[in-house]
Design a protein around this ligand. Structure first.
Ligand code: ZN
Length: 357
């Protein structure tokens, strides 16, 4: 149990560490403002502990998520391991977020093709460059190392494995290295050796980097592509994501979320299945909720009037989590909605479902 605490604690810290400095000034997780510099030593110890012992704590959350998942029994949950992998997702995501998500139409129910949302996510990742193992395989087979050809390889892998994380990992590092790492993880008595998180540390540093970029990055992207909108019904955007003149401070500031003007008491819904990581109250953000969706993806909801969940709760996508308000530093009732991948904020509007008005 002690290890479990360490894992989630260091995970939060790790996320905070790699957070974009522009956004750390005034934004959630606002609870972080109460952590002093004296925590640094604790941090180092905590991070080492977490690295040395990938604990099975995420497994419970994963089990809960798979029970709650609306994906049906066939597909593994998008939100596996709600909190355990943000620390290693982060480096790979910085590049992905620069790209617009691919907007290919959802593939029809074709059992021989990688389904959505992984298909769009993997196309975006492949557009960044093919992992060396996949490139080598295509060249060996006399095919052009293009994203389209690579996607065909992934479709073939899908037929065999029907698990997005598994096929992404095989594409990234090859089947042999994956199996060797699994064998070592089994020998070491790892809790869940078949999962990437369970055998990741038995890969070489270089392979880990490749796999992180491709597996963790793609899974994170698939998670945000699957977002539900926190507000149902109409609203006006009172302030978009990006640089702006701050309405209260009257200074040019980076706005790390999307402001939606809403009457106090408007119901707010979880943008994705996840775990309630923080519930807090600060002078800037007012009452706020942070949800951890796994794969380094988090959403936060600020200036709330009230919350319907408590810290540690596992929530379903679209579940009522609270009501909008006008608390904290605010010029009028609104929701400040933030989406973070690997600790960096991205424009939530990019991930608004297409059928949303
Ligand atoms: Zn805002």
């Amino acid at each position: 149990m002690g290890l479990a605490v360490n894992t989630s604690f260091t995970d939060m810290i790790a996320t905070r560490r790699i957070m974009d400095p522009r956004t750390t000034q005034r934004t959630p997780p606002p609870g972080s403002t109460s952590w002093g510099g004296s925590f640094d030593l604790l941090l180092v110890v905590g991070v080492m502990l977490a690295v040395l012992s990938r604990t099975p704590v995420g497994g419970l959350a994963w089990y809960a998520a798979s029970q709650l998942s609306s994906e049906g029994a066939e597909l593994p949950s998008l939100t596996a391991y709600f909190s355990s992998e943000a620390a290693f997702v982060a480096p790979s995501i910085a590049d992905l977020e620069m790209l617009p998500p691919e907007t290919s139409p959802p593939a029809a129910e074709d059992p021989t093709a990688v389904p959505e949302p992984w298909r769009s996510a993997v196309r975006t990742s492949l557009g960044q460059g093919l992992p060396p193992a996949l490139k080598a395989q295509l060249v060996e087979e006399g095919r052009k190392p293009t994203p389209d050809q690579a996607l065909q390889v992934l479709d073939t892998l899908w037929v065999e494995h029907e698990n997005p994380a598994v096929i992404l990992e095989i594409a990234a590092i090859g089947e042999d290295l994956r199996e060797r790492a699994i064998a070592r993880a089994i020998a070491a008595g790892e809790w869940d050796p078949e999962r990437y998180e369970g055998h990741r540390r038995y890969l070489s540093t270089r392979m880990t980097r490749e796999a992180d970029r491709f597996v963790a990055g793609t899974m994170a992207l698939a998670t945000v592509l699957h977002l539900e909108w926190p507000v149902r019904g109409s609203y006006t955007v009172s302030s978009p994501y990006g640089y702006r003149l701050h309405p209260v401070l009257k200074k040019r500031k980076f706005h790390n979320g999307l402001d939606m003007r809403l009457p106090i008491g408007t119901p707010l819904y979880a943008a994705q299945a996840g775990r309630v990581e923080l519930i807090g109250n600060s002078s800037t953000s007012g009452k706020y909720i942070v949800l951890d969706h796994g794969h380094g993806v988090r959403t936060s909801y600020s200036h709330l009037d009230g919350h319907e969940v408590k810290r540690g709760d596992v929530v379903e996508s679209g579940e009522l989590i609270g009501t909008s308000g006008n608390t904290g530093m605010s010029t009028g009732p609104h929701l400040h909605f933030v989406v973070r991948i690997g600790g960096r904020s991205v424009d939530p509007a990019r991930f608004r479902p297409k059928d949303d008005v």
